[in-house]
Design a protein around this ligand. Structure first.
Ligand SMILES: [Zn+2]
Length: 379
């Protein structure tokens, strides 16, 4: 889902990834904690060490939240591909939508419950260690700070806007009461966009207000606005995902493929390919076959990789993608999974192959057209 991530390893069978933006948070947390500890009279070395240690515990807290979702998902038969931690928290790549409202509810609840439990554990640890001698809140204390952050994580995630956990809980409840998954998703995602706008407006308000009001922090305001913007993107993208799932449900590769495609000989010259096929049919993909056997595919874009003056004597076989490298679908594969693989490999078309023979071709814009039509007709 996100580029620029490093893989840390596997935990409970789930790949754990760290997006580079996470290091910004790591540096920020370490720096500000170390700074305030040093101000309180600790040595620089001790302050930095405690700062780093606290950042690692923050990392573990966010990871635990995502793992809690993942464990409940896996227990209910929903595969989890990976967990990525990035600047605004964590994302678990859950392989499938929940089959029932109850499962969705349990998966969504697990994260905030875990964060709440961690807040409790850090809170008790702080109280036992330092709190009894103190009569004010102690944000300079790393353990207190961790309790506080986990509490914030639990509360913020419970805000009822999809795709936040609270939004998923709302969707599960609406789904259960109306029996309509699409409608439930639509309402929950509209709530998500509403929350996002509120965060953006509120955040920018704080930034502006900080200019002439004591106690308002421009940095916090900017932070809220960024979270709002991100939430908005996520709400729109996840709703689109839901529409796609719903629209393509029940379709197989075979039912959405075109059976008309053009096949060319491997010995055809590029000049002839351009003249007789590309320019006259407007096609972008041609099947290279000989005696009905698939040898590969040639995409019109790749013609440009050969200089024009060599087109006359360069055969198609030289620029084709050989059959063993062609990403293809089986006739029975679900249309949704075909579309996901097209996205994954950045393909505009995919061949449907049965027993080594091409039986059809699936075009991406065609799949998207089906999604649009069905979404319009299902309302
Ligand atoms: Zn969560």
């Amino acid at each position: 889902m996100m580029g620029g991530s490093v893989r840390l390893g596997r935990l409970l069978g789930i790949s754990i990834q760290l997006h580079f933006s996470w290091f910004i948070i790591f540096a920020l947390v370490t720096y500000s904690l170390a700074f305030s500890l040093h101000d309180d009279g600790r040595s620089i070395a001790a302050s930095v060490t405690i700062g780093i240690f606290t950042s690692i515990l923050l990392f573990a807290s966010v990871l635990a939240h995502e793992l809690a979702h993942s464990v409940v998902a896996v227990r209910n038969g929903i595969p989890v591909r990976s967990i990525t931690l990035f600047i605004l928290g964590g994302v678990a790549q859950i392989g499938r939508e929940a089959p029932r409202p109850k499962v969705e509810l349990l998966v969504a609840l697990a994260g905030p419950i875990c964060s709440l439990a961690l807040a409790g554990i850090f809170g008790v640890a702080w109280f036992v260690g330092w709190g009894r001698s103190q009569d004010t809140l102690d944000f300079g204390n790393p353990i207190f700070w961790l309790a506080w952050i986990n509490l914030i994580l639990a509360i913020f995630n419970m805000v009822p806007g999809f795709p936040l956990d609270g939004g998923r809980i709302l969707r599960a409840i609406l789904w259960h009461s109306t029996g309509n998954y699409r409608k439930a998703s639509r309402i929950a995602s509209a709530m998500g966009r509403g929350v996002a706008y509120a965060l953006i407006v509120g955040g920018l308000g704080i930034v502006i207000g900080s200019g002439f009001t004591e106690g308002l922090n421009a940095f916090n305001g900017l932070w809220l606005a960024i979270i709002g913007w991100f939430l908005h993107q996520a709400a729109v993208a996840s709703y689109r995902q839901v529409e796609m799932h719903e629209a393509l449900r029940g379709y197989t590769a075979q039912s959405v493929m075109h059976t008309s495609y053009t096949s060319v000989s491997p010995d055809l010259s590029l000049a002839a390919l351009v003249q007789d096929y590309v320019l006259s049919t407007g096609g972008r993909l041609f099947v290279v076959a000989q005696g009905g056997r698939l040898l590969g595919i040639v995409v019109s874009d790749s013609i440009k990789s050969v200089p024009r003056d060599k087109w006359d004597y360069t055969p198609v076989r030289q620029i084709m993608v050989p059959a063993d490298k062609v990403v293809s679908a089986e006739p029975e594969e679900e249309a949704l999974s075909v579309l996901e693989r097209m996205n994954e490999h950045d393909l505009d078309q995919m061949l449907v192959i049965k027993n080594g023979l091409v039986i059809g071709i699936i075009l991406r814009h065609n799949l998207l057209h089906i999604v649009r039509l069905r979404s319009q007709l299902q309302d």
